[in-house]
Design a protein around this ligand. Structure first.
Ligand SMILES: NC(=O)c1ccc[n+]([C@@H]2O[C@H](COP(=O)([O-])OP(=O)(O)OC[C@H]3O[C@@H](n4cnc5c(N)ncnc54)[C@H](O)[C@@H]3O)[C@@H](O)[C@H]2O)c1
Length: 353
């Protein structure tokens, strides 16, 4: 009779094997964030990359010491050699690739924005619900220590109930990020311009920090770029809590400007992501206090959190539903701008976007 193996309660539910990870799309975000984070983890075997550009896939695989590369993601998923994937593709491809990976019960970390329409986002959420694997959306900013600390101050009630917020997320545009990638300004591929590209960070942050938006009025326009997509968008927000807010995003802001002012009943918090700094004013003659910001995210970062969630088979902190809520704010601003009307949440998903 074989020897009985004791399983300690500490390791129960935890996968002690290394996670077999792969990355689909080997462009800027894959090379700057996902691949270095997987390579750094001792709990991951980085087994494959996939890119339609074969030369790029081969070069990136060699650079990161990865044994296999593919040009067809379905072939890679069907190899059975992958437990988890990062989807780092142009936005219009997210839905199809994410749903296929989930159908293969492969955990997915999908780049923001979740998709280019709410209908696609719903399909991705349904695919995750039907799968043994989970879907995480890389709303990266939630893992920035400056916002984690801001959330902690708000939850502790340091400034009391939030009355109003001003939230701006603007940078010079996609050319400096991924110079060869013209798809960022092609609406059919990206789903829009600055608003869906970086406004979706702003949208996720306001949802995360201040709760759901209940209605908004917005504008989006192409003010200075020679492009078919918007370079600038603004909105006035009403939150379910009753608080009011303003939302700004633009690709034509050099140097970048990513900041918030949060006015509460008992004080004001100023958040600067670029510097970065967190200042607190409590209106009690103490002046402004600089709040120390931790060096690193409490989750270590989005990819590390994804790895830990996959190893423990537990739902990650940013789900498909969170990704959809961020996209909903973006879509509401487009709809409000186009219709010149105030838009109420939840949005109708049936409307063609
Ligand atoms: N979280 C963040 O802060 C952040 C920052 C930048 C970009 N992003 C997101 O990451 C995603 C990718 O952006 P990027 O800047 O890396 O773009 P990119 O253009 O640099 O890379 C995209 C890659 O996908 C490849 N590709 C295209 N079609 C493919 C297919 N069918 N199969 C396999 N590969 C294919 C391209 O060849 C390219 O290498 C986008 O959704 C973008 O919004 C997120």
């Amino acid at each position: 009779m074989g020897q009985e193996i004791m399983i300690s309660s500490e390791t129960e539910g935890l996968d002690t094997e290394n996670l077999r990870a792969a990355v689909i799309g080997t462009g800027a975000i894959a090379q700057r964030l996902h691949l270095p984070a997987y390579r750094k983890s001792e709990q991951v075997d980085l087994v494959a990359v996939c890119d339609v550009e074969e030369k790029k896939a081969a070069t990136v695989a060699a650079e990161f010491g990865i044994g296999s590369y593919y040009t067809d993601y379905v072939e890679m998923l069907e190899s059975g050699a992958v437990d988890a994937v990062s989807v780092c593709l142009p936005n219009h491809l997210h839905k199809e690739v994410v749903c296929t990976a989930l159908e293969h019960d492969v955990h997915v970390l999908c780049e923001k924005p979740i998709s280019t329409s709410l209908t696609e986002a719903d399909a991705m959420i349904d695919a995750a619900d039907a799968s043994d694997a989970f879907l995480m959306i890389d709303q990266t900013e939630r893992f920035n220590p400056v916002y984690e600390k801001t959330k902690e101050l708000l939850e502790k009630g340091v400034i009391g109930d939030v009355l109003s917020v001003r939230s701006r997320f603007s940078h010079p545009g996609p050319e400096g990020w991924s110079p060869r990638s013209t798809w960022f300004t092609d609406a059919a591929t990206s789903g829009g311009g600055a608003l869906i590209d970086i406004g979706v960070h702003n949208a996720d942050l306001v949802n995360y920090l201040f709760g759901s938006v209940s209605s908004l009025s917005g504008y989006s326009d192409t003010l200075s770029m020679d492009a078919d997509v918007e370079d600038t968008a603004v909105a006035a927000l009403r939150f379910e809590s009753g608080a009011l807010g303003t939302f700004e995003t633009a690709w034509r802001t050099d140097p970048e400007s990513i900041e918030m002012q949060i006015v509460g009943e008992e004080g004001v918090i100023y958040v600067d992501k670029v510097a970065p700094s967190l200042r607190l004013e409590l209106g009690n003659d103490c002046g402004t206090v600089d709040v120390p910001i931790p060096d690193r995210s409490k989750y270590d970062g989005p990819v590390e959190h994804f790895i830990q969630s996959a190893k423990a088979n537990s739902e990650p902190t940013v789900t498909g539903r969170d990704g959809k809520r961020a996209l909903e704010v973006v879509m509401a601003i487009y709809r409000s701008s186009e219709s010149e009307n105030r838009v109420h949440f939840p949005l109708e998903t049936e409307v063609e976007e």
